[in-house]
Design a protein around this ligand. Structure first.
Ligand code: NAD
Ligand code: WQD
Length: 337
């Protein structure tokens, strides 16, 4: 198939692109490079051993996007593009609503006009807000306790997709709610390359191990969890990539929603211990107050994806730390800029 990946130069997009190419699909990457770079696309090409179609475009430019669709004739779209920094979304809500919502509306309009109605959307565990129950199933309540505009954009887009599929029965949409994506491709050539100070735990730990930062701030050790630190469901990005392939292979009319996670929780201290094993160093830590908006624990039930998509996450937190460390130690400053 020919699959168009919006945000295809980003962290998850590059890994999915590699997986799709490896399986013999053609990919078309569209990205405005607002949070990524050309070098990431070049690295994808070097892993898969062939050139990849790439368009440097903002999705909100619907005329340009329509030209790309008419020239490239994709069969399906995976929609990764968007802004994703939680704290930044609190400071700049209108920017988040503009980019995430308007880019999606532009994409859906262009897809509809081009007759492309197969879509996989990157949603997030963040839509569950304060978890109603653990493990989280797709039937659990969403929206209650979402603490930032980023999370609302994901929930609003899910609703837009349901309304669209309700109005036009030809749409086949899979909404994938990622838990905490971590790790890197085993080549060490692509990985997560956050701009500035990482917001997320794993890239922060990796940068401490690489000597770019002195210590990890552990945001609270007084939660009601096994060791007092926050518990999350960390999913290896290559498992996530295979989840997208499974979703593509099982698209059906309407909107289907799946959790993509391991079903296992790991604490902050647990992740740091696993990273120490992977890099062979001690990671200095400092316990600080809780980060506003954080929940104590969240992890999913991946049973629906296992049953309907025949997909489960096979890699462990140890695998993710090993691969993340390979990427970080081979590329201490991230991609060549
Ligand atoms: P990323 O920032 O690495 O990738 C997103 C890409 O979209 C970037 O390359 C960026 O340049 C591009 N982009 C942004 N606005 C654009 C626009 N208007 N037009 C074209 N391209 C644009 O992020 P990621 O971690 O790869 O995340 C991919 C998707 O998965 C996002 O939608 C994100 O919200 C979602 N998600 C990520 C996580 C996570 O922890 N990484 C968790 C859950 C969901
Ligand atoms: C994990 C744990 C922190 C950094 C976020 C988004 C979510 C999704 C994934 C996009 C928590 C603790 C963190 C640090 C720490 N993204 N921590 N020190 O908050 O679960 O999820 O990314 O959709 O929407 O909210 O991930 O990696 O930031 O935090 O102690 O320097 O690590 O408190 O317990 P989070 P995270």
């Amino acid at each position: 198939m020919r699959i168009l990946l919006t945000g295809g130069a980003g962290y998850i997009g590059t890994h999915v692109a590699v997986e799709l190419c490896t399986l013999g699909h053609d990919v078309i990457l569209v990205d405005d490079l607002s949070n990524s770079c050309w070098a990431a696309v070049a690295r994808v090409e070097s892993i898969v051993g062939r050139s990849v179609r790439f368009f440097h475009t903002d999705l909100r430019d619907s005329n340009l996007l329509a030209d790309i669709f008419s020239a490239e004739q994709p069969d399906a779209v995976m929609h990764f593009a968007g802004l994703k920094a939680v704290g930044e979304s609190v400071a700049h809500p209108l920017r988040y609503y503009d980019v995430n919502i308007n880019a999606t509306l532009s994409l859906l309009q262009v897809m509809g006009a081009a007759g492309v109605r197969k879509l996989i959307f990157s949603s997030s565990a963040t839509v569950y807000g304060e978890p109603e129950a653990l493990p989280l199933t797709e039937e659990n309540r969403v929206g209650q306790g979402i603490s930032n505009p980023y999370g609302w954009t994901k929930l609003f887009i899910e609703q837009i997709l349901r309304d669209l599929a309700h109005s036009q029965r030809e749409w086949e949409i899979s909404v994938l709610r990622y838990f905490n994506p971590v790790g890197a491709h085993e080549s060490g050539l692509i990985g997560e390359d956050p701009a500035g100070i990482p917001n997320n735990l794993m890239p922060f730990v990796a940068q401490v191990a690489a000597g770019r930062r002195t210590h990890v701030n552990v945001y609270g050790n007084d939660y009601d969890t096994e060791d007092g630190t926050g518990v999350r469901d960390y999913i290896h990005v290559m498992d996530l990539a295979r989840g997208h392939v499974a979703a593509l292979n099982h698209l059906v009319p309407g909107v289907s929603t799946y959790n993509l996670g391991t079903g296992r929780g790991t604490s902050v201290f647990g992740l740091i211990r696993a990273f120490e094993q992977a890099c062979g160093q001690t990671i200095p830590v400092e316990v600080t107050p809780r980060r506003p908006g954080d929940v104590a624990a969240t992890y999913c039930s991946p049973a629906k994806a296992a049953e309907e998509l025949n997909w489960t996450a096979g890699l462990t937190i140890e695998d993710a730390c090993r691969d993340s460390w390979r990427w970080q130690s081979n590329n201490p400053g991230g991609y060549p800029k």
